[in-house]
Design a protein around this ligand. Sequence first.
Ligand code: SAH
Length: 360
Amino acid sequence: MPGKDIKSMTFEELSAEVAALGEKAFRAGQLYQWMHRKLARGFHEMTNLPKTFRQTLSTQYEYTSHILVDRRISKLDGTEKYLFGLHDGNVVESVLMRYHFGNSVCISSQVGCRMGCRFCASTIGGLNRNLTPAEMLDQVYSIQRITGERVSHLVVMGTGEPLDNYDSLLRFLKLLSDENGLNLSQRNITVSTCGLPERIHSLADEQLQITLALSLHAPSQEKRKLLMPVAYKYDLRDVLDACRYYFDRTGRRITFEYSLVGGINDAPEDAAQLAKLLKGWNCHINLIPVNPIKERDYVQSDQRTILAFRSILEKNGMNVTVRREMGRDIAGACGQLRKGYIDSGNRSGESCPFPGSVLE
Ligand code: SAH
């Protein structure tokens, strides 16, 4: 990329750049506002900046802006799926979900993923590269600009492992929730992780007000290993200790995600073991019927099994919801748009088939 990535800079960094260019201090405020509030697509739109300054900026800095490759709108529930092209030809998929409480966007944090979860397609081609803070912001900014509707909620649940791209994620979260930017409430932001204990500790120490969602998917260390290779690296006890630390430091209730995979982790005994494992936690359990991918022979649990699983958890006093799929008519699961694009010969790589979803 030519030049410095200006949209990924904090206001302080931007101010230092502006000062070094010999410009007046208030120009930094104007620039920041164009980028993060008015969501400008380039320096050319920043009409209250002198032309010479804009020219200097465009020669010295890189201004990211996504290309809209595809957009699909569900007739069933208004869910929208977007495929955005990045400057290097990679594509990322993002989803907009409309709820009674506002508009929620699901973003990708990496191009591909290296965590290897058995039921997830985004990991099949491995990690291609990390996204920059600007490239994460652009997913939200583009959707808000295109729809003209305010984005009020964010979930980092698209392709990639956000805590594997930690520094960029943190910068992204701070920029997105900055009061001089889109000012998204941190309480409306959820970051989902497969569970990297050191990173969860670091995130806890930042004391942000975001929700941490842990992809648990199994009630024991042994069973977790069957589904998530990351469990060979980190013991479940350490992962849960890190989550406990997160709760203690931030006061934010943890969400545990549990993808129900037919015949693997959906038995009544699994539910009982899960209830025991999480006993005493102030938490929320989100059951996700697995979305089968063609590369693996995992199947979805039937409806009765899902309801029985939920009911065991409820009887044990757990707070639990089952996720339902949204936008089924528009390449159903998240990542399929990108995958279709790639499979049709545009690029190599894989993506996550996670459904654009809603809590019941
Ligand atoms: N790397 C992050 C974000 C991944 S996507 C994480 O691991 O949490 C968000 C959620 O979707 C995770 O819980 C992930 O395990 C789950 N998921 C991925 N593929 C899925 C599939 N095919 N069916 C159901 N859930 C899936």
